[in-house]
Write a protein that binds this ligand. Structure first.
Ligand code: PGA
Length: 257
């Protein structure tokens, strides 16, 4: 069975003090859910500090983005080796906010994926359709276009370690969640596509999260779906009580499986 992964994407939120307070509360509230993997993606400035406070716990560290290069004259950028240096396990790549506001295209995301694998970081690759695409019945087309292009040079051995986050763009930060059925449909489609690209064994092992207005109230239903192996949580991950409640909902969902 695939281990569920619940990850917090703090985006551009939290100072060092806020981050430390969050970790203290979170760790005390998720003690009884060892079956769920948990990851935190703080802003770059808090990575090292959060990493220190997580030492000895089961919670993993994730970055929200990175550059694909080794080192060099790239003002303002962070390399994969720097993320390894602060003990990151995961890196979120291709988030729709990066695509929308920072002009990241599938080519660039592909280069970042390659660099992540080369540096033993596990990418959480975000894909999702826009509002217009959903209303034009073009959800699957959009997902297929992104996934094929993002993974175009990724080999089978690498693909087996990939995490995919299905994040309908219209559901991110809007309070509008995809229904469990729609979320499951998107996740199932992505798994089938991974099967076409890499074979059924890889498709069965790849974890697919859902992201987009996940909250304590809707998490259990979403995470009980057959093809949904976790959640990527933005807004509700800023409060440790809410985020811990989502982790506990994931544990309950696992019991129904
Ligand atoms: P949200 O964000 O939970 O605030 O919708 C999810 C994400 O951007 O990953």
């Amino acid at each position: 069975m695939r281990t569920k992964l619940v990850a917090a994407n703090w985006k551009m939120h939290k100072t060092l003090r806020d981050s430390k307070e969050f970790v203290g509360v979170l760790l005390s509230q998720i003690k009884n859910t060892p079956e769920i993997e948990v990851a935190l993606a703080p802003p770059f400035t808090a990575l090292a500090t959060v990493g220190e406070t997580l030492k000895g716990s089961r919670v993993r560290l994730a970055a929200q983005n990175m550059h694909f290069g080794g080192q060099g004259a790239y003002t303002g950028e962070i390399s994969p080796a720097m993320l390894r240096d602060v003990a990151c396990t995961y890196v979120i790549l291709g988030h729709s906010e990066r695509r929308q506001h920072f002009g990241e295209d599938d080519d660039l995301i592909n280069r970042k994926l390659v660099a992540a694998f080369e540096n033993q970081l596990i990418p959480i690759l975000c894909v999702g359709e826009s509002f217009q695409e959903r209303h034009a019945q073009a959800t699957e087309k959009a997902l297929e276009r992104q996934l094929r292009a993002d993974l175009k040079t990724i080999a089978v051995e690498q693909a087996s370690r990939l995490v995919i986050a299905y994040e309908p763009v219209w559901a991110i930060g809007t309070g509008e969640t995809a229904s469990p059925t729609d979320a499951e449909q998107g996740a199932r489609f992505l798994r089938e596509l991974v099967g076409l690209l890499y074979g059924s064994k890889i498709a069965e092992s790849v974890r697919i999260q859902y992201g987009g207005s996940v909250k304590p109230e809707n998490a259990e239903d979403l995470l009980s779906q057959l093809n949904i192996d976790g959640a990527l949580v933005g807004g509700a991950s800023l409060d440790p009580h809410q985020f811990a409640a989502i982790v506990r909902a994931a544990a309950r969902a696992m019991k129904h499986a």
